[in-house]
Design a protein around this ligand. Structure first.
Ligand SMILES: Nc1ncnc2c1ncn2[C@@H]1O[C@H](COP(=O)(O)OP(=O)(O)OP(=O)(O)O)[C@@H](O)[C@H]1O
Length: 241
C-alpha cells in the first residue's frame, strides 16, 4: 500500500441549479472520518464527487489530495447497493477487482476474508441465494480485498444485525488500519465508536463534531462513547431537513 494522503473537498454542489450543499471538509490522512446528516443532504454525493463519478449535478469547487497526486485508482469503494454480479459465485465476486485488472486473484486471501465475514459455507453460492445481510458482508469482503490507501464505505453495515455489525466494524478497523477512511453512516453509535473525526453535513456547511478523547476503536459501553452517541443523536434530531 502507498502512503495514504489527506483529502480536501471545498465548494458548492447544485442539482438543477438548486444548492444541495456548500461544504469545506478535510479527511485527515490515515484516520477514520464518519459522515452523518439527514437523508438526501448529499453524503453519497460527496463520495461520488471525490471518486470522480457522475452525481447528476454540478460541483463548483476543488478536490485535492495532500500529496498533489490524482485520486484515480487509489480509492476502494463500497457503494450502498452491493453491486454483486448475479452470474458469479461469492468467491468470484469478491475477486472481481483483480480479474478486471487482468491479475490472478489471491484466492487464499479471498477465502480467509470470506471466513472472517462469516461466509465460508457460502463461497460457491450465487448472490441470489444470500440474505440481504450476507450480500452486504460479501460486498464488504470484496472491498477489503483491495489494497488501496483510501477507503470509502457508504453505509456498509446497514443490513447487519447488532452483533454482526460490531464484529464487522472491528474487522474493518483491523484490516484497513492506517488507511484514509470515509464512512457514511446514519448510526450515531457507530460514529462514536469508530471515528477519529465526525462530520455532520447540512446544506449550509460541513460541521466537525467533537469525538471522545479515547482512541478509536472504542468500547461500545465506554462512558465517553455513550455520551458522544447521545449528544450526536440529540443534535441530528434537530438538524433541519
Ligand atoms: N444521479 C442523480 N441525478 C440527479 N439527482 C441525484 C442523483 N444522485 C443523487 N441525486 C440527488 O442528490 C441529493 C443527494 O443525494 P445523496 O444520495 O447524495 O444523499 P444522501 O445524503 O447520501 O442520502 P441517504 O442518507 O438517503 O443515502 C438527493 O436529492 C438525490 O435525489
Amino acid at each position: 500500500m502507498t502512503t495514504p494522503p489527506s483529502i480536501r473537498l471545498a465548494g458548492k454542489h447544485r442539482i438543477d441549479g438548486k444548492l444541495l450543499f456548500d461544504a469545506d471538509l478535510t479527511l485527515p490522512a490515515s484516520q477514520w472520518t464518519c459522515l452523518l446528516g439527514r437523508s438526501g443532504v448529499g453524503k453519497s454525493t460527496v463520495l461520488r464527487l471525490i471518486l470522480g463519478l457522475e452525481t447528476g449535478g454540478q460541483f463548483d469547487g476543488s478536490i485535492e489530495a495532500s500529496d498533489g497526486l490524482s485520486l484515480a485508482g487509489r480509492i476502494s469503494y463500497m457503494a450502498q447497493s452491493d453491486l454483486l454480479l448475479p452470474w458469479l459465485s461469492v468467491l468470484e465476486n469478491i475477486c472481481i477487482g483483480a480479474r478486471l485488472r487482468g491479475e490472478t486473484p489471491d484466492y487464499t486471501r479471498a477465502t480467509a476474508l470470506l471466513e472472517r465475514v462469516g461466509l465460508a459455507k457460502h463461497i460457491a453460492q450465487k448472490p441470489k441465494s444470500l440474505s440481504g445481510g450476507m450480500r452486504q458482508r460479501a460486498a464488504l469482503a470484496r472491498t477489503l480485498m483491495e489494497d488501496q490507501p483510501i477507503v470509502f464505505l457508504d453505509e456498509p453495515f446497514s443490513s447487519l444485525d447488532a452483533g454482526t455489525r460490531a464484529d464487522m466494524q472491528e474487522l474493518v478497523a483491523e484490516v484497513m488500519a492506517d488507511r484514509t477512511i470515509l464512512l457514511v453512516t446514519h448510526d450515531p453509535s457507530e460514529a462514536a465508536r469508530l471515528a477519529d473525526q465526525i462530520i455532520i453535513l447540512s446544506a449550509q456547511s460541513a460541521t466537525v463534531w467533537p469525538t471522545p478523547d479515547t482512541p478509536a476503536l472504542r468500547e461500545i459501553n465506554d462512558p465517553q462513547t455513550l455520551s458522544c452517541q447521545g449528544r450526536l443523536l440529540a443534535y441530528l434530531r434537530e438538524v433541519p431537513a
